[in-house]
Design a binder for this molecule. Structure first.
Ligand code: HDD
Length: 682
């Protein structure tokens, strides 16, 4: 088969670099006669050193891996478009926000933080939400997370944080997990981490899908308008599918069922034309408001609740194109928080300031060249020019003699003075003063009031999930003194939380830790709860339909249509994937039962004859399919024949166990009230 020519892998329709013709060739264009056999002396003789085809191919293979990211190693990208829907020229001169309807290409990379590139998609972890806007004024990289705060306040602690959460230095495990001694030891000695920690112990850290999670720029940035007027801003992404999470046992089982669950979910949704969309919103506030708050807007461990500064939706983003090549676009994409366009500027947030330092260095290190901006996925889509030259993998061919500025060679006729431009990025002028000191601002010193705000904004069931997560994680911590120290901090967040976790650990409550600044009761924020803001929709969700020999084909067809009409994706499952004889016809299943556990679906349906159901009561995969769906608080639709399997799985009827006709609606929710019947919650 002759190698077809294909695109450069930029995913942006760039002209093809690989101009493959009829034959395979070496990387230097020499046609290859035989790609199956090395060159040897005689059919059974030694392979010859002169086999340059073999050598090039093997040597290239040996060099195909590059260093993975030191954090956020595991990620998935998609391309799309940002559209301005509510222009804010009064607030910023940034062109992408200047006029209604203006469109800007984007690439987004979602990621976990702790695990390696080959680890799993559904551990309990923060998720990266990095967006590169290819604006007509240069690339703006908004490198955020799905949690609006961060563990630490000063970038200098980042290496320590990452060392503590990654697999332990001596034993090389656990991979992609916080439930271990070093992470909790660090947390117990750094109370500033507690706000992000309680978010990480909540359902936010086990998202159902990249398509169903919020994104946050975290830091206070600045918007600067054409008159140089500045305001603070925080950036937010709001998924139009609503926010949905898994439940813990579901996310743990998912790690075994499908390592690539989120990556596949994103890729398949886009491939099916079910394009995920987010609203892009800003919280804008001035210095006066900032000074009025009981927390410091330069402190990345603090939020500004939406009830204090409302969100203003100014744009929308749709992701509608999958990568052409995972390595070229996902591994090679390089984000830098220092990539900002005129009209967007930095605040003095010490965490942001440190990030501005780190990313350029890390990109040069992992992509192996100072010219990483020339890799297609990183290249700006607007003209760019400067006197930076040479370096490894220099793919451009600048002409002329002048590689310095000012010069009078290539500016013939003009005044050869220093070049400047009114369109250029201008840092918002600000008077700075103060002694040179290694010091933490006292205004950063309240580490408990906002975790308390978050805890008290949750539903009872969400609080039970948080307390249970602390118990699960701390049960994996072998160091008793570390558990004790964490409990001493939880007392300052909320006594009920601390008591529930201590009970779950069968430990006595220690003295409360001595706070630097005593916690206060801040008003809860309803906006922070997933369950209080649940969007009961089937769009973007998946329904698993289990059938077997003799099942009613008309009933399956009706259900498939109803799920599809509601915007969901039906997925049929049977003990065998080949054609199965049904009442009224024959059907091939999308998936085989043992390889399609119910954790992969948002709701399930059982369309079975009584005989088939009885037979399945002797199949552990079938019993687990039903038990797990029930334990994961999902809707289960069924016909009368399925009853023996429901009985074998010990299913107690409730509002989430319905007939087939009611399933599409029932499938839009999880049944939280069921949880105490199926799980020992803290
Ligand atoms: Fe970071 C990658 C987000 C703090 C240094 N970071 C990275 C990625 C995301 C974030 C989403 C992956 C980008 C991609 O998909 O390629 N990081 C954050 C957020 C932070 C944060 C929201 C706090 C508000 N990061 C942070 C600090 C430092 C770094 C304080 C260092 C001082 N981050 C890096 C890095 C990474 C990175 C080491 C590793 C891989 C990379 O840059 O490209 O430079």
């Amino acid at each position: 088969m002759a190698q077809k020519s294909y695109s450069t892998g930029t995913g942006n329709g760039g002209e093809t670099q690989q101009r493959g013709g009829e034959a395979l060739t070496t990387n230097h264009g020499i046609a290859i006669s035989d790609n199956q056999n090395s060159l040897r002396a005689g059919a059974r003789g030694p392979t010859l050193l002169e086999d340059f085809v073999l050598r090039e191919k093997i040597f290239h293979f040996d060099h195909e891996r590059i260093p993975e990211r030191i954090v956020h190693a595991r990620g998935s990208v998609a391309h799309g478009t940002f559209e301005c829907i509510d222009p804010i020229p009064d607030l910023t001169r940034a062109s992408l926000f200047a006029e209604k309807g203006k469109k800007t290409p984007v690439i987004v990379r979602f990621s976990t933080v702790a695990g390696g590139a080959g680890s799993v998609d559904t551990p309990r972890d923060v998720r990266g939400f990095a967006t590169k806007f290819y604006t007509d004024e240069g690339n703006w990289d908004l490198v955020g997370n799905n949690i609006p705060v961060f563990f630490i306040q000063d970038a200098i602690k980042f290496p320590d944080l990452v060392h503590s959460v990654k697999m332990e230095a001596d034993r090389g495990y656990p991979q992609a997990a916080t439930a271990h001694d070093t992470f909790w030891d660090f947390v117990s000695l750094m109370p500033e981490t507690l706000h992000t920690v309680i978010w990480a112990m909540s359902d936010r850290a086990i998202p159902r899908s990249f398509r169903m999670m919020q994104g946050f720029g975290v830091h206070s940035f600045k918007l600067v308008n054409a008159d140089g007027e500045e305001r603070f801003v925080k950036f937010h992404w709001r998924p139009r599918l609503g926010v949905q999470s898994l439940v813990w046992d579901e996310s743990a089982k998912m790690q075994g069922a499908d390592n690539d669950y989120h990556r596949r979910d994103l890729y398949e949704a886009i491939a099916a034309g079910d394009f995920p969309e987010w609203d892009f919103a800003v919280q804008v506030f001035d210095q006066e408001l900032a000074d009025s708050l009981p927390y410091d807007v330069l402190d990345a461990t603090k939020i500004i609740p939406e009830e204090v500064v409302p969100l203003r939706v100014i744009g929308r983003m749709v992701l509608d194109r999958n990568p052409d090549n995972h390595f070229a676009e996902n591994e090679q994409v390089a984000f830098l928080p220092s990539n900002v366009v005129p009209g967007i500027d930095f605040s003095d947030d010490p965490l942001l300031q440190g990030r501005l330092f780190s990313y350029l260095d890390t990109q040069k290190s992992r992509l192996g060249t100072t010219n990483f901006h020339q890799i297609p996925v990183n290249a700006p889509k607007c003209p760019y020019a400067n006197m930076m030259r040479d370096g490894m993998m220099q793919t451009q061919v600048p002409t002329g003699r002048a590689n310095y500025e000012p010069n009078s060679l290539d500016q013939a006729g003009e005044d050869p003075g220093p070049r400047a431009s009114d369109a250029g990025f201008v840092t918002a002028p600000a008077a700075v003063q103060g002694d040179k000191l290694r010091i933490r601002a006292e205004s950063f010193g309240d580490h408990y009031s906002q975790p308390r705000l978050y805890w008290r904004s949750m539903t009872e069931n969400e609080q039970a999930h948080i307390a249970s997560a602390f118990v699960f994680e701390l049960s994996k911590v072998a160091l008793e003194h570390v558990r004790n120290r964490v409990l001493s901090h939880l007392r300052n967040i909320d006594e009920d939380l601390a008591a529930r976790v201590a009970k779950g650990l069968a430990m006595d409550l220690p003295e409360a830790a001595k706070p630097f600044r005593a916690p206060v009761d801040l008003p809860p924020s309803e906006a922070l709860s997933i369950q209080k803001n649940w969007q009961a929709v089937l769009k973007g969700r998946k329904v698993g339909i289990l059938f077997a020999e003799g099942s009613d084909k008309a009933a399956i067809d009706r259900l498939v249509k109803a799920v599809t009409d509601a915007g969901g994706t039906p997925f049929t499952i049977a003990p065998k994937v080949g054609g199965i004889a049904l009442a009224g016809g024959e059907m091939k299943a999308d998936g085989q039962l043992a390889g399609s556990p119910s954790c992969l679906f948002d709701a399930v349906a059982l369309v079975l004859t009584e005989d088939a159901a009885r037979k399945l009561t002797r199949d552990s995969a079938a019993v687990a399919f039903v038990m797990d769906a029930f334990a994961h608080l999902k809707a289960i639709g069924h016909d009368a024949g399925a009853q023996p399997l429901l009985d074998r799985a010990g299913i107690e009827p409730d509002e989430g166990v319905t007939d087939l006709g009611a399933l599409p609606e029932a499938a839009t929710r999880r049944y939280w009230a069921r949880e105490p019947k199926v799980r020992d919650l803290a």
